[in-house]
Design a protein. Structure first.
Length: 357
């Protein structure tokens, strides 16, 4: 009977047999990593490390986590900043109350706490989806902020609710300098990106995409839809929790609960929409745009308009242009910058298409 039902499903919904991923040249990626790890620390200055590269990496990691949930599994969420807050405050408390723990262990534990919270938030996804799931994650966003402000234990009873990052040290090495924080963040982002790539190309990733495309058909062919949804929430929340900890420890240094507000959640949603849903590279492209576009617009305003425009109006112009770009992408290119870059790469001069079997 199950064989008959499966054979009647449309071709895109048929469970694909495991196939070996096409071999791609890795020298470009290796050269890029070597350049980022060895050359950039020598060429960059404190401004580029602190104001551009570190926030770009943190946003890319957070966008990666949200993309695993929304882009690959199809579960809508506007509570991403809540998971970042849970990861940041959990990591802070592990480092504060268990000072013997190495910093990477505190990061992992903070991410696991965020993953556990993600499972709790994801429980409604078993029965609801779409707009109702958005409302559920929105409630989690406000709930986390209320808890962190209401109970002083999470901020070590600081009257303002602000937490201060401990000194970044690992195996006796000091990473507190701008270049050190950049290298530490780069190492974490590269490691988790490698894990995410392996996940989306494995059976786990295929299950996520099957649930995204049609969860009813996924259940028919034997995919445990409930477990897959909760798994996606857990892994996505782990990534967001680690990103939140890096945001607090490696970027801003001090953070309060309102630093992870609803605006931050919409910012992360903008990253994956602009970069491309269901694309690992899209998280990096979207993060690059979110970080570099305001800087570029500010420089252009200062260069061509001088002091004619108030800085507050420049910030409003950034929001208007960003919103307009999201609308344009949703209409013209729903797959985002990742698709545009892929097309440009495929149509570059001298590229010859190989015949397919």
């Amino acid at each position: 009977m199950s064989h008959t039902l499966t054979s009647e499903l449309p071709a895109p919904l048929q469970p694909a047999p495991p196939v070996a991923a096409p071999r791609r040249p890795k020298w470009g990626w290796i050269a890029g990593l070597l350049f980022a790890a060895l050359v950039v620390p020598r060429l960059g200055n404190d401004y580029w490390f602190s104001a551009v590269l570190v926030p770009f990496l943190v946003f890319a990691l957070a966008g990666l986590g949200l993309n695993l949930l929304t882009g690959y599994t199809g579960q809508l969420s506007v509570g991403s900043a809540a998971f970042m807050a849970v990861g940041a405050f959990a990591t802070y408390n592990f480092a504060l109350r268990q000072p013997w723990l190495p910093l990477p262990v505190s990061l992992v534990l903070g991410g696991l706490v965020a993953a556990l919270f993600g499972v709790l938030v994801g429980l409604p996804s078993i029965r609801i989806k779409g707009f109702y799931l958005i409302v559920s994650t929105l409630a989690a966003q406000f709930f986390v902020q209320w808890v962190l402000v209401k109970f002083g234990w999470f901020s070590n009873h600081n009257p303002s609710g602000v937490i201060s990052a401990p000194r970044l040290e690992l195996f006796g090495l000091d990473f507190s300098s701008p270049s050190g924080r950049y290298l530490f963040t780069l190492a974490v982002v590269v490691a988790l990106t490698w894990v995410a790539r392996n996940l989306v190309t494995s059976a786990t990733g295929r299950n996520w995409m099957a649930v995204r495309d049609m969860d009813t058909a996924a259940a028919v062919i034997g995919i445990p839809v409930r477990r897959v949804k909760l798994q996606a929430f857990a892994i996505s929340s782990f990534y967001l929790g680690v990103a939140g900890a890096l945001w607090a420890f490696a970027y801003v240094g001090t953070v309060e609960p309102h630093g992870f507000d609803l605006t931050r959640s919409f910012q992360l949603l903008s990253i994956i929409i602009i970069g491309g849903l269901g694309s690992l590279s899209g998280a990096f492209l979207g993060a690059a745009f979110i970080v570099l576009f305001p800087i570029l617009l500010s420089h252009l305003a200062a260069q061509f308009l001088g002091g004619l425009i108030d800085p507050a109006n420049v910030e409003n112009a950034q929001k208007i242009v960003l919103g307009s770009l999201i609308i344009w992408l949703l209409i013209k290119e729903p797959e985002g910058l990742a698709r545009l870059v892929a097309r440009a790469w495929a149509s570059r001069p001298g590229r010859t298409s190989k015949p397919t079997a």
